[in-house]
Design a protein around this ligand. Sequence first.
Ligand code: PLP
Length: 395
Amino acid sequence: MDFVSRCVKGGKDTRTTEPHQLPIYASSSFVLETVEQGIDIFTGNTTGHVYGRYANPTIDAVSNRIAELEAIDIKADAYGILTSSGMSAISTVAIGLLKAGDAILTQGNLYGGTTELFRKVMSPLGIETIFADMSEFNTLEETLSHHKNVKLLYLETPANPTMACVDLSKLSSLAQRYGLITVIDNTFCTPYLQRPLSLGIDFVIHSTTKYLNGHGNGISGIIVGHKPEYYHKVWQAMKLLGTNSNPFDAWLLNNGLKTLALRMDKHSSNSLELAKYLEEHPKVLKVNHLGLSSHSCHQIAKKQMSDWGGMMSFEIDGTVQDGIDFINNLKFCTQAPTLGDVDTLVLHPATSSHLNVDRDTRIENGITDGLIRLSVGIEKIDDIIADVEQALHKI
Ligand SMILES: Cc1ncc(COP(=O)(O)O)c(C=O)c1O
């Protein structure tokens, strides 16, 4: 081989033993041994990797692992489709399953980005969204009998930032009676704490950016389903919209998954300890933590979750400025607009996630001036409490 060609194709391939850890397959395409092999793969007669937007071995290893976790207690085999973000998991599943004229039935307290997606992107495409109270079953039945075009029930539980829950078994039975496809955002719980497929839900989506990755170093999402009749539609939407993940983010996610159970146990015990501390604090009006019997969704959470998770919020007895001062006074906890990382993260919804929501609507939804959202980390709980204590003391 000439020098020039050796630059491109030279060097001995020394691969013999299998790598211990999942390799990053940084390759946009895969070699076809023969034309016939290519034809077989493209016509679906055989499986094989051909192009990175369709599938990639690193991505497949991770999506299969998450699908397995979500489906551990159902009989069917589940499939996972890893996407470029949590948002693209939601848009891919919705666009893959719905067409113009169809409608989505959902709750009012979704993650803000999801509500925006439904209003600003899906609506102009002719897919309407109906917002309803998911605990009012009579009203839901009435809505469904009047809106025959509702095809998808989209849920999120627990929901930001008050930790409100919806009853997944009851809602999946209702959806089955009306022939609706059910999708739930399981980001806050992960399959370690809540497994919606076993409660009759058709699709689980995640922002894997959060607890599943756990280390705040990648953006990705996943769609997990178990009904073969929907697989092709959703996979095709991912392939044609180009919402696929990439091998590096998938690899980072794979590393995070290894410690998921350990992390979720610690997130759960730390958040409960902090919630109990805050419940007794004279400057705190209310604590929203599912482990406290005072939370209105304590019983639903107990029924469908195996532990409480790391998310919580609490209300400072004060003004918007007190909320701002509290956050600015923190020294150990970090202010960052994400959740589910190993370190404790705080947010003041009135001046961040809900800054553009008018005050009356915000307060009506439990997002008061002094509400603080916490994604409680896995650090030593004494350090977290000491920081919260000193920051509260200064306001
Ligand atoms: C509950 C929930 N779902 C979905 C998303 C969107 O995820 P991503 O930022 O990975 O697109 C978020 C982001 O914060 C979220 O909190």
